[in-house]
Ligand binder design. Structure first.
Ligand SMILES: NC(=O)c1ccc[n+]([C@@H]2O[C@H](COP(=O)([O-])OP(=O)(O)OC[C@H]3O[C@@H](n4cnc5c(N)ncnc54)[C@H](OP(=O)(O)O)[C@@H]3O)[C@@H](O)[C@H]2O)c1
Length: 374
């Protein structure tokens, strides 16, 4: 760790006092001042201090050490700390101008009195959307776009697996069974993607990458998003959220690629499932809480819809007692659709680009609308 130790004049909690009082911060404390999101000048920060804290319990989402060393070599004028654990992150937070990762939480945010910017490499930012952070002038940037290729290929992979019944063939393989007749004659029938309709909920970076690939396979692509554009590309049609019922009725494949927000939480419940085609397959890559999971498990078990490809769940890890584990018509993956061979390279490139912008006083890219939640 380098340069750790809070400057005396910033000890205490400028942030918490201002947040509690709801007052505007003064220009000298640089708190809740009105200014365009993501714009500073580096002269306000003598030697910017980055606190890197991308730590995950099973190590999957941890920043590789060589990437961190690369950043240190490339930005000698920036102090970069990389504490081992949350206690170390808590100690460093008072001197951090920038957090890369997940160091901040509701209980330590008040101590982050110098913090100006948080960059996370995930697209979903729900854990950081607590009131004090949302109300503050700390800019939050996310990893929108980093996962698009992997997730689009994952969506198409799952769709192809269902169309070709690959999951059922693998189940038979495990039992050393030549299921030739069974795979042909048992429902569901083999599918063909060309001519089927893909319904996308969310047409951001993941939805758009999925739409492009699906259209190349001859699928018709319709999408709902919060702010539909007049030009439907890369979908064939795009509509506002009020058209979700129409999209549900038309889609053979329903891919959820929306963020978890107040508007999208449990957007697919029993009523929405009842509108879906009986031969439809639901693929959730967004967040588990977009779907009423109990209602989905019931719909799958009763044959109300044909299948589900789930990468995200209400509780992760998915508890062993979940009925989803035992359903042959479900393909479950443990939140891995965003992973790919170039993930960290792209993530560090994004941070590098934003850090350069920060140092030049330019607006950052991938700024999250903290009130909207994405
Ligand atoms: N499984 C994983 O490993 C993994 C990895 C990365 C991301 N994700 C999830 O995937 C989500 C999408 O990622 P992304 O990079 O594509 O994000 P993004 O570029 O921000 O796109 C989000 C899309 O959702 C749309 N949306 C927002 N509210 C909506 C609503 N109420 N109804 C319908 N659409 C709505 C947005 O509409 P507008 O474009 O009109 O604003 C936008 O098109 C993330 O938020 C995250 O939850 C999961």
């Amino acid at each position: 760790m380098q340069g750790v130790g809070p400057p005396a004049e910033r000890k205490g909690s400028t942030r918490s006092k201002a947040c509690r009082s709801g007052l505007q911060f003064s220009a000298t404390t640089r708190r809740a001042v009105a200014r365009p999101h993501g714009l500073w000048h580096h002269s306000s920060v003598e030697r910017p201090h980055v606190l890197e804290f991308i730590r995950h319990r099973d190590g999957v989402w941890n920043l590789p050490p060589d990437q961190l060393e690369g950043l240190r070599r490339e930005f000698p004028s920036v102090a970069i700390s990389s504490p081992r654990d949350q206690a170390g992150a808590d100690r460093t937070l008072p001197v951090a101008d920038i957090v890369l990762g997940w160091a901040v939480n509701p209980s330590n945010f008040a101590a982050a009195s110098r913090l100006k910017w948080i960059q996370v490499t995930a697209a979903g930012v729900t854990p950081l959307l607590f009131p004090a952070l949302v109300e503050s002038d700390v800019v939050l940037t996310n990893g929108r776009g980093l996962h698009a290729t992997a997730m689009a290929e994952h969506a198409l992979g799952v769709i192809l697996a269902f169309a070709r019944k690959l999951h059922l063939a693998r189940d038979a393989q495990r039992e050393r069974r030549w299921a030739h007749l069974e795979l042909w004659s048992d429902p569901p029938a083999f599918g063909e993607l060309s001519g089927t309709t893909l319904g996308l909920v969310g047409l951001g970076s993941v939805g758009s990458a999925t739409a492009e690939r699906a259209r190349a396979l001859g699928m018709r692509v319709i999408a709902v998003r919060r702010r539909p554009a007049s030009d439907p590309a890369p979908a064939d049609e795009q509509w506002g959220p009020e058209s979700l019922p129409r999209l549900l009725e038309l889609s053979h494949w329903l891919v959820l690629a929306a963020p978890l927000t107040a508007e999208t939480r449990r957007m697919i419940g029993p009523g929405e499932i009842a509108r879906m085609r009986r031969d439809a397959v639901l693929i959730n890559l967004g967040r588990g809480q977009l779907v009423d999971e109990a209602a989905l498990a019931e719909a799958l078990a009763s044959g109300r819809i044909a299948g589900a490809g789930l990468d995200v769940f209400e509780d992760e890890p998915l508890p062993p007692e979940s009925p989803l584990w035992g359903l042959p018509q479900a393909i479950l993956t443990p939140h891995i659709s965003g992973l790919g061979p170039r993930y960290w390279e792209r993530a560090v490139d994004l941070f590098r680009q934003n850090l350069r912008r920060f140092l030049r006083g330019e607006p950052l890219v991938n700024v999250v609308d903290k009130r909207r939640g994405y």
